[in-house]
Write a protein that binds this ligand. Structure first.
Ligand code: T3D
Length: 262
């Protein structure tokens, strides 16, 4: 049987592919566990300096597998599954001290859309679309949707998308600033791999600190953010990659970053 999550380790980076294409890669508990384990492994592996998340088949991810949510069952505490699976996943992606690239290869719906938005750089196939599908089944946007969306595209658009559950084509998502870039379908995976491989050669500690700064930005006022930047810069300035970056600049050559903390 095919693994539910494909893990492809490359030189310096790893690709994680949600692999339940017949269900548009919707999440069941096994997929949640596999993805959590793979992200933890990527975090612990010093040789992994960037992560690519994508989906197999024609969709990226359709959120929760609704076939695990039979209406004839006793009422289920959905807050418990959010607490156990979706919230830890979003926190893992944001806290990972390495950039996470998401290649949205097709429809991203429900939690699938918001998990994509939790990643650091989102590329999408031209044919992809994003749907806050929750309203169609009486639910609330989760997996950070009500946090990420208003910050990315503004309150007016975020509210309408959540209340109407209308699909947003990838090109609109790009023009609204919801994602980084649209790529032709046939080029998506190659471009996403090249981008992830490029990030894997960059000053990993500095990128991790940059990520931490952006993670904190939403909840900080300017003074707090300036203080945080000072503290993070202090840490960045002590990394070997900073020394190498300045040395390489002065010597007019390309830097060779190791990503190490000391
Ligand atoms: O429950 C909790 O723990 C709380 C957490 C909730 C998080 C959430 O994500 S709630 C939101 C759940 N997701 C949705 O409501 C989206 C449901 N899917 C759709 O609306 C549509 O499938 C799409 C708009 C995503 C794509 O439409 P389309 O026409 O391109 O494809 P399709 O024909 O609807 O789907 C293809 C197959 O995938 C189909 O199976 P079949 O008929 O070929 O055997 C369909 O049933 C299956 N599929 C799609 N989404 C899901 C799914 N199966 C299970 N769960 C899904 N979410």
């Amino acid at each position: 049987m095919e693994p539910i999550l494909l893990v492809d380790r490359h030189e310096g980076w790893t690709a994680l592919t949600l692999n339940r294409p017949d269900r548009l890669n919707s999440f069941n508990e096994d997929l949640h566990r596999a993805l959590a384990d793979a992200l933890d492994a990527a975090g612990q592996d010093e040789g992994v300096r960037a992560v690519l998340l994508t989906g197999a088949g024609r969709g990226f991810c359709a959120g929760q597998d609704l076939s695990d949510r039979s209406p004839s069952d006793a009422p289920r505490d959905l807050g418990a599954t959010i607490e156990a699976f979706y919230n830890p996943l979003v926190r893992r992606i944001r806290a990972l001290r390495k950039p996470v690239v998401c290649a949205v290869n097709g429809v991203a719906a429900g939690a699938g859309a918001n998990i994509a938005l939790a990643c650091d750089i989102v590329l999408a196939a031209r044919s992809a679309k994003f749907i806050q599908a929750f309203a169609k089944i009486g639910l609330v946007p989760d997996s950070g949707g009500t946090y990420f969306l208003p910050r990315l595209i503004g309150d007016a658009r975020a509210r309408a998308l959540a209340l109407l559950a209308e699909p947003v084509p990838a090109e609109t998502a790009e023009s609204w600033g919801m994602i980084w870039k649209v790529v032709d379908d046939a080029a998506l995976q190659d471009e996403a791999r090249a981008l992830t491989a490029r990030l894997a050669t960059q000053p990993t500690q500095g990128l991790a600190l940059t990520k931490a700064a952006f993670n904190a930005s939403g909840g900080n006022d300017l003074n707090a953010q300036l203080d945080l930047e000072r503290d993070l810069q202090r840490q960045a300035g002590l990394t070997p990659d900073y020394a190498e970056g300045v040395k390489a600049f002065m010597e007019k050559r390309a830097p060779h970053f190791t990503g190490r903390s000391s």
